[in-house]
Every structure is written in C-alpha cells, then in structure tokens.
Design a protein around this ligand. Sequence first.
Ligand code: FAD
Length: 445
Amino acid sequence: MTTQTLHVIGGGLVGSLLSIFLARRGFQVELHEARSDMRREDIDAGRSINLVITSRGLKALEQVGLRRQALDIAVPVKGRMLHDIEGQTTFVPYGQREHEVINAISRGLLNVMLLDAAETYHNINMHFDQRCTGYDIESKTLMFNERDEVQADVVFATDGAFSAVRRAMLDQVMNFDYAQSFLDSGYKELLIPVAENSGYRIEKDALHIWPRGHYMLMALANTDGSFTCTLFFPYEGEQSFAALQSRQDVIEFFQQTFPDAVALMPTLAEDFADNPVGSLVTVKCNPWHVGGQALLLGDAAHALVPFFGQGMNCGFEDCFVLDQLMDSSDGDWARIFEQLNEQRKINADAIADMAVENYVEMRDTTADPVFQLKKQVGFELERRYPDRFIPRYSMVMFHPEISYAEARRRSEIQAGILDRLCRGITEPEQTDWAEAERLLAEYLN
Ligand SMILES: Cc1cc2nc3c(=O)[nH]c(=O)nc-3n(C[C@H](O)[C@H](O)[C@H](O)COP(=O)(O)OP(=O)(O)OC[C@H]3O[C@@H](n4cnc5c(N)ncnc54)[C@H](O)[C@@H]3O)c2cc1C
C-alpha cells in the first residue's frame, strides 16, 4: 500500500495537514493547489484574517507534532465581551477551567506553517497554479487548468466549499445527495488597527461581539496587536449591505449602531468599500466517497457557517479519524472511506446544524438576561455534576472525546432541563438544586 501515489486536491488548511498524515505513512503524495504558493506571495491579507482553533483541531495537530508551533502563533481567548448600544460591556467566560480557552490564529500563517511542514517530507510533491477543472471517475483521470490530464488511482478532495471534485461526483455518481443553503446574511471583514503604542486597543483575550438582533459585529485579536472585525449583515432590507451605499451611510450607521467600535476603526469607510461581501453557506452531501478511489474531506464534504468556529476544526478532526482508520485496516481504501463516511457524516451534520443555531444565539440571545442566567446555572450544574452536565459550547470546544453528534443530542436534553430550572427565577442562587438533581438523574444518566 505504501508505494501507492495519492493525489490531494487543494493545499488549504485541511489539504496540507492531510498530506502530512498520508506522507507519514510512507505514501507518495502529489498535492495540487489552484493558487500560487502563498509563501512566495504577499500574505498581508492572511495575516489579518483569523480563525479560532480549538481542542479538536489541536488534537489533530498534536498527532503530527505541530500543536505547540500553532499555539505559538495564536492568541488565547477566554470568553465573549458583549458590547451594548451604549458601549457598556459584559464579559461571559467560555468555560470555567484555566485551560478552557479558544485560540485566535491567522489563517495565512497557519496555512504557511502547514505547507512548510509538508515540504520537509521528501515524499510530498507540491504543485501550485494547478486548478483541478475535471475528474473523470470511470477512467480515473484528473484534469488541471482545462488542459493537463493526470492519471490518479486515489484522490483526496480538499478543494473547499465549492469543490470541483464534488461537482464531478454530482454529475457522475448515481444517487449522490447534495444540498447547499445560504443564509440571508453575508459577511464583510473590517479592521481595528494596532494602537499607537503598538498594543491592543481592546481586551485581546475576548471575542468581542456587538449583538444587534438580526445582525452583529465581531472582533478577534491578531498576534500583531490588530483585530479582525467581521460584520454579519443581511444582504437586503432596511439595515443591510444594500442600504449602505455611500461613505456617509456607512459612517452614520456605525456611529449609531456600534459607537464604541467606530472610534477604534479609523479606516472603516475605506475597508468597507474595498473588502468584498462573503456568503455563508452550509453544504451537505452523501456519500463522501467513490468506492476506494476518491474521498471528499474538509469543506468539500461539509461546509459550515462560521458561528461555532468549527469548519477547520471539523476538517482537521476528519484527518485524525482517517489516520486512525488507516491504523486498523489492511490498506483497503474502499473500506476505510466507507467507515470514515459512516463515522463522520453524522458528526458533520450535527455541527452544521449547531453552527446555524449558534448564529441565532450570538446575534440576539447573547444580550438577553435569560441567556446569561442559563449560562451561569449551566456552569453551576457542571461544577456540581461534571460527569453528567457539560454546557454545549464546552462539549464542542473543549471535549473532543464527545462527538459532535453526541454533543448535539445531550445539549438538546440539557436545554430542556435549563428551561425548567430557570423558569420564574432571576438569579442562579434561586435554582432548585434538588429538582436539578432529579432532572439530571432522570434524563442524563
Ligand atoms: C468568515 C469565516 C470565519 C471562519 N472561522 C472559522 C473558525 O474560527 N474556526 C474554524 O475552525 N473554521 C472557521 N471557518 C471555516 C474554515 O475557514 C474552513 O472550514 C476551512 O478553511 C476549510 O478548510 P479546507 O482546506 O477544507 O478548505 P479551504 O480552506 O477553502 O481550502 C481549499 C483549498 O483548495 C484550493 N482549491 C479550491 N479549488 C481548487 C481546485 N479546483 N483545484 C485545486 N485547488 C483548489 C483553494 O485555493 C484552497 O487552498 C470560517 C469560515 C469563514 C467563511
């Protein structure tokens, strides 16, 4: 098996990590990436666009010896800082233990780190400027840049949410299920620059959120002292991207809606005009593989909306699980791919649904006192019954041993318990703990 050549399509976050996992087992890996080598290009944009890496992603990096290196270029984030319309702030911690933090990391720097690490393997060949433009399943032929054909017995497609390999599967595989759904909001990235004294302008160890009902602004720290802000905003309507046409519209809207943020954003109007509006898509498909010859992984298999910060983490966890399946198999790709599909699809669906639910939580309920009360009661339940009650956010972010599907199942039961315990009270101290114990024993054994 190890003399085989494997083709990985897409050298983004998941494809570069996957190549390392495969190369460690001795396979010859041909990694094809549509873009030029980002390490030779100006990666300024990459530096300021960040994402969150949590325990599932870190576990996969640990397996290939890259966890420490990733954490060295990350900023730990302990909770949400909610900003109300008057500029008053409330801090809501993510977890209640020292290590329960999430980590903000630059997408560009992480990708560069993974490509650099991949380059140290003599059995990985990287091909840049190679856009996959077709895949003929019957003849096992990949097409690049609409002209170059490559014979490929085994293909791993990590070419992102709009995967070319998945498109080929949709055209050529009988009964291939495919669904994509877009939110009616898009996003735009903006910037809070480094302070004049080269420090951070607001607390760096919090994810800042300005929740405003059907839209919100978020800010996450970069290691250089700046913050990447993301405005999640409807495309159309009274308050929407379509409604903000002029520089003055933008400034006025931000001054009225995010007054404390606007003071920190000297290049707001320029950034707003220059930066594109991105779409927020969920992609679900099935099967993820064609026998033992092609497998979709990462966003190509399951694109998520970003409100749980789990798209990449889920893709990294896919690589970890694939690696484990390779351990326990005799090199039969069809069997490995089938097992992976069976194990991961239900989990990817669960986190996809939780990510959409979290959008609603972040934009409207985080500012709600009942939400804060339930958070506090949830933490207290976890303190009292740590092996039975773990808040949903903590299960997803800090407990990789609990699958996404199990986290979803338990969290639905827990939500019902919290509803009952918090009915008619305003302070966590008023909780009926005897009733709590009874409910936990009955429903969360
Ligand atoms: C606003 C936003 C915030 C996010 N925040 C988080 C977060 O905090 N935490 C988190 O875990 N996830 C987050 N995500 C999700 C995360 O970005 C993705 O899940 C992750 O990038 C998926 O990695 P991937 O390698 O599968 O796909 P991608 O990162 O999209 O990489 C695909 C690669 O394939 C290449 N490619 C594409 N088409 C072809 C082709 N035809 N041929 C060859 N190469 C091709 C691309 O150039 C790219 O390099 C966020 C997403 C968004 C939009």
